[in-house]
Design a protein around this ligand. Structure first.
Ligand SMILES: Cc1cc2nc3c(=O)[nH]c(=O)nc-3n(C[C@H](O)[C@H](O)[C@H](O)COP(=O)(O)O)c2cc1C
Length: 356
């Protein structure tokens, strides 16, 4: 049941991916639990050092012998303006003061080296490599494929999907506007690339010949069946796994996921300089009033890091980034295996009962 071109290619039982979730939620325990349950677990490794990636891969391999994926962020050189950065740093001191942490911390390095991160993924010969925020060089995509790694890109519009197909990737995650976390948009402005999944999947499936993986707001068997009907070959679910037993999300974040509803999320760039969907917080509301420019990604991400970390330490979700998709009312505190099992059972019943 639910065998698709993706389950056959990846040698997995069910067409369900657990979304890579950088920043803590997608622990090796979660990734392995999903893969052991017949789905495809994905390590969100975008913020990890090359050495941390190697360790996370090793830990995952100790917990599962099933296929799993590693996901990275394609690095784009940010536009830098001393003035914008200084004004922001000064503004953020207000929150630092509230949280009792030092003012004007020096900026840490912008990001891990994408080259070095990719090198580890290559060396480790992981079954699946996915990426977001752009397209890596042809060389990198080809070397992954030559080592037997299945390569997946992320698109938020049909044009992005067409570009990705031309670059040689083997499948595409269609990220609808419902999706939690950062937008993978890389061609137009984020605001022009907010396509609902219902409209995005069939149009993408019509215009590329490689498999499309639907992502955004999918929480259960209904979302799975609907996505397959729209032309997807699998689904990628993030928010559905955020409050799972194996998720590494902070307890205060999990609590918010379990209590917040579909009308409490918003797309914002105030945390990182890149558009991302998350549950509204005091930080988001306050920063709406900021009249200056927000430094671009990843500068703003680095600038707000101490604030997010101090907020987490204080168990105060109001200054943390609480990435979540619009399906969050359906999130449950279950084991990852139960989430997969329930999703498949519900989808199975829907199909058997002919949707009655
Ligand atoms: C907490 C969180 C972190 C995320 N981190 C990543 C990431 O590191 N890489 C990536 O490609 N997508 C990331 N995403 C986006 C997911 O791949 C996916 O598009 C999204 O979760 C789908 O929407 P849903 O949360 O409604 O299921 C993240 C999403 C969330 C909620």
């Amino acid at each position: 049941m639910f065998e698709t071109v993706i389950t056959r290619k990846l040698n997995i039982k069910y067409p369900i991916f657990q979304a890579p979730m950088a920043g803590g939620p997608s622990t090796p325990a979660l990734v392995a639990a999903v893969s052991n349950a017949g789905g495809l677990g994905n390590l969100g490794a975008g913020y990890l050092t090359p050495e941390q990636i190697r360790i996370a891969i090793k830990q995952t391999r100790e917990l599962t012998d099933q296929p799993f994926g590693v996901n990275l962020f394609v690095f784009n050189q940010p536009e830098e303006s001393e003035e914008t950065n200084e004004a922001m740093s000064k503004h953020l001191n207000f929150y630092r003061n509230e949280l009792g942490i030092p003012q004007n911390p020096s900026l840490q390095k912008l990001s891990e080296s994408f080259d070095e991160q990719v090198h580890v993924v290559l060396e480790e010969r992981v079954p699946v490599f996915s990426f977001t925020f752009g397209i890596p060089s042809q060389d990198r995509i080809q070397s992954m494929k030559q080592r037997g790694t299945f390569v997946i890109g992320t698109a938020t519009t049909v044009d992005e999907a067409i570009r990705l197909e031309a670059s040689g990737v083997e499948a595409i995650v269609a990220q609808g506007s419902e999706a939690g976390g950062h937008r993978g948009t890389f061609l137009k402005d984020a605001s022009n690339s907010l396509i609902g999944l219902m409209a995005l999947v069939p149009q993408m499936a019509d215009h590329v010949s490689i498999p499309v993986i639907a992502s955004g707001g999918i929480m259960d068997g209904r979302g799975l069946v609907a996505s397959l009907a729209l032309g997807a070959a699998a689904v990628q679910m993030g928010t559905a796994f955020l409050a799972s037993t194996e998720s590494g999300a902070h307890p205060a974040y999990k609590q918010k996921i379990l209590s917040a509803n579909e009308d409490t999320t918003e797309i914002t760039s105030v945390y990182s300089g890149k558009a991302a969907r998350g549950i509204q917080t005091q930080f988001m509301r306050d920063m709406c009033l900021y009249v200056g420019e927000i430094p671009s990604y990843p500068i703003q991400h680095i600038m707000t890091r101490d604030i997010r970390q101090a907020s987490a330490k204080a168990n105060n979700p109001e200054f943390m980034s609480l990435w979540a998709g619009q399906g969050l009312r359906m999130a449950e505190e279950q084991s990852a295996a139960t989430i997969i099992k329930q999703t498949i059972e519900q989808a199975d019943a829907l199909v058997k009962n002919r949707f009655n």
